[in-house]
Design a binder for this molecule. Structure first.
Ligand code: KG4
Ligand code: ZN
Length: 340
């Protein structure tokens, strides 16, 4: 089954054709990052307008690259939630129009479930059940993936997402948006033990995260130094902050794995590209005899190939939309999908 998938939940307009959930026939991503960088973050209205301008060309290119005409795909999939509402609506309406005109089924796809599915492309042998750490710009979850469309949230962030914390810390250090990537690079040259930062825990919820205290701690360090006319070494600050965030993520993830007897661990979302997170998890999982799967770096960020992968399993589970499909800014990852 060949699925044409569309993604427009944030600042990437993307389209892809994926066969049977695993084989990527094409994948096109038009990034708006250089434009949003001028403002230090994503400007929702600009994002919606750029999606509207780019979506036709991106979808056409994905069909051309796959050497297929619209009639030759079997279904249209689209990210309908969660994300920036104006941005999502562009993709949803475009996908609805295509599905109606080409008389194809329309598959609504959850953005975070798609991030998880990027692992099915990078790791063809991977199948649920597994425990997944989903870490993106907007979410940080530990999810028990019982089946492709059946999941349970085990832990979540109480405040900022990991990616958001990275971006805000990086911004305070004067790095360009999206700072998480830059901070990761700069941290390679620093001493992770140079600054002592808190290791926040959420009482009575051992798998939940809290990053806002950590973010405030680094912002205060920088501001206090600048008030005294001093500047702190950005490499050491980055390395210390990166270690603090990664330690929180890996500690809770491994605790959950132990308590839930999970033997297969998976990481997904933009932050899964973080070098220290990847390195530490490889070692920690190897020491414990756990299987670890991660997406290849090119599939960590937003793309439509992951949407096409997840959509295949949503289709098999009977999750098919009518022409009244709407976008939603929020939707839990464990929402109910109907079975046929
Ligand atoms: O999943 P994603 O592409 O978009 C959302 O769905 O939110 O995640 C984007 C987030 C941004 O916060 C970005 O800074 C972060 O992922 N990110 C990283 C790295 N690469 C991307 N954070 C830390 N280290 C990285 N290497
Ligand atoms: Zn994403």
């Amino acid at each position: 089954m060949k699925i044409l998938a569309i993604e427009s939940s944030c600042d990437e307009t993307a389209a892809a054709v994926v066969e049977d959930g695993r084989k990527v026939l094409s994948s096109v991503v038009a990034s708006q990052v250089p434009e949003h960088r001028k403002y230090g973050g994503v400007v929702p209205e600009i994002a919606s307008r750029r999606h509207a301008e780019n979506i036709v060309g991106v979808v056409q290119k994905s069909l051309e690259d796959a050497d297929l005409a619209l009639e030759q795909v079997d279904a249209i999939a689209v990210t309908h939630a969660p994300g920036l509402i104006g941005a999502l609506l562009v993709g949803v309406n475009f996908a609805k129009g295509l599905a109606l005109a080409a008389e194809k089924p329309l598959i609504p796809t959850h953005h975070l479930r798609s991030h998880i599915a990027s692992n099915y492309i990078s790791n063809p042998e991977l199948k649920p059940p597994f425990l997944c750490l989903v870490v993106s710009g907007g979410h940080s979850h530990i999810v028990m993936v019982e089946d492709y469309t059946k999941m349970k949230i085990i832990g979540r962030t109480r405040d900022d997402a990991a990616g958001e914390a990275f971006d805000k810390a990086a911004r305070t250090m004067g790095m360009p948006y999206p700072g998480g990537i830059e901070l990761d690079k700069v941290a390679e040259k620093g001493d992770p033990n140079a600054f002592k930062l808190p290791h926040p825990v959420v009482h009575d919820a051992p798998y939940d995260f809290s990053f806002s205290g950590l973010k405030t701690a680094i912002i205060n360090l920088i501001h206090n130094a600048s008030q005294k006319g001093e500047s702190l070494p950005v490499e050491d600050l980055s390395a210390s902050f990166r270690k603090a965030v990664v330690d929180c993520l890996t500690d809770n993830f491994l605790k959950a794995a132990k308590d839930y007897n999970a033997e297969t661990l998976v990481v997904a979302g933009g932050v899964s590209a973080n070098s220290l997170l990847r390195k530490n998890l490889k070692k920690l999982c190897a020491d414990r005899g756990l299987a670890l799967y991660m997406p290849e770096k090119s599939l960590c960020g937003d793309n439509a190939a992951m949407v096409g992968s997840q959509a295949y399993y949503e289709y098999l589970a009977g999750n098919i939309a009518g022409s009244d499909l709407n976008a939603a800014a929020t939707l839990p990852i464990d929402f109910f999908a109907p079975s046929r």
